[in-house]
Design a binder for this molecule. Structure first.
Ligand code: 13P
Ligand code: SF4
Length: 325
């Protein structure tokens, strides 16, 4: 460790570049890697070893040989990494970084709910706690939800949790009749409205609209493309259109712009807001300063009860076995 770190052990320097350098030093010393979700702050994505959507980051956590895995994202994502990499030290820079969707479905309430549906296969979105995953037969992310549902027999009764918008979307795509959907939502994606998108389309008639399936049905109905974070990034790069209206968490714009410097990406604001970004406050809680402290102190660490972890792991492994389309 350099002198500056010794003089000032738990504070990142005032300069972003200096702070990044200290984080890099710590990563080397400790054989640590940083996984960051596309919704985190641009400087956090820049310091990460891997950026991705929740599916890609889960897969990365499962195969890393680093000793320490720092998860720059929200709580359920770090838990997922620990479920898949139980022998690693998994660090979460901000334990208060939750998720409205995961919080809408506690393990106790979900266990009670499932008693009504004993003959159903339980499919849960990865945005859930380890306790809910332990009650789940097969996990999914927005990147593979349709494939996961299609992997089940046509007649199979299904419980889908916790996102009602993603659940209804995959039900419309797959035509499955026997699906019971938990009534949860993401507070960020719920804020978009069709009215606002149509207003912006009038201003940018040449633009294509990209939307995440956690948005309401009325929003998805006016989108040109509906897809997971990774699918939207892929479309933005491969499509010849040069202007896009982005209807998801605004952190994704950083990677979109990096990949396509000559294209224009315009964030759609929430309903009733004139301009600006729709952001997940939890994702933005992860700062360089917190990453530095967490690596230095090797805390806070994600600790899971082994029996629950093992049950949860089964549902994620079943998901990882299904190829993303
Ligand atoms: P992805 O599965 O697309 O990474 O999305 C995670 C999430 O939290 C969406 O709000
Ligand atoms: Fe959860 Fe929504 Fe934030 Fe994603 S954007 S982490 S679903 S609150």
């Amino acid at each position: 460790m350099n002198n500056q770190n010794n003089n000032n052990p738990v504070s990142c320097s005032s300069s972003v570049m200096e702070c990044m350098e200290r984080i890099r030093d710590l990563k080397r010393q400790k054989n640590a890697i940083i996984l960051a979700h596309y919704y985190t702050l641009p400087e956090v994505q820049q310091i990460a070893d891997f950026t991705g959507d929740s599916l890609a980051l889960s897969a990365q956590a499962a195969k890393t040989d680093a000793a320490i895995l720092l998860f720059a994202g929200v709580h359920f994502m770090a838990e997922t990494a620990k479920i898949l990499a139980p022998d690693k030290k998994v660090l979460l820079p901000e334990p208060q970084a939750g998720c409205s969707l995961a919080d809408s479905c506690t393990a106790d309430r979900f266990a009670e709910f499932l008693k009504q549906y004993p003959d159903h296969t339980v499919v849960s979105y990865v945005n859930t706690s380890v306790g809910v995953k332990a009650l789940t037969d097969i996990c999914c992310t927005s990147g593979n939800a349709v494939e996961v549902i299609r992997s089940l027999p046509e007649t199979q009764k299904i419980v889908f949790a916790p996102d009602r918008n993603l659940g209804s979307y995959i039900q419309r795509i797959t035509g499955r009749k026997n699906m019971v959907i938990w009534d949860g939502a993401c507070e960020v994606h719920e804020k978009f409205s069709a009215e606002k998108i149509l207003e912006m389309k009038r201003r940018y008639p040449q633009a294509k609209v990209l939307a995440h399936p956690e948005c309401k049905e009325e929003v998805l109905a006016v989108a040109d493309v509906v897809g997971s974070t990774a699918a939207l990034l892929k479309f933005a790069s491969s499509d010849p259109c040069d202007t896009f209206l982005v209807v998801t968490e605004a952190g994704i714009l950083f990677q979109m712009q990096q990949d396509n410097p000559n294209k224009r990406f315009i964030p759609v604001p929430p309903a009733g807001v004139e301009s600006g970004c729709n952001e997940c406050e939890y994702m933005k809680m992860v700062t360089l300063e917190k990453i530095y402290r967490t690596l230095l102190e090797e805390s806070p660490e994600v600790i899971l009860e082994e029996e629950i972890r093992r049950k949860a792991e089964r549902s994620i492994q079943r998901m990882l076995e299904i190829k993303r389309s």
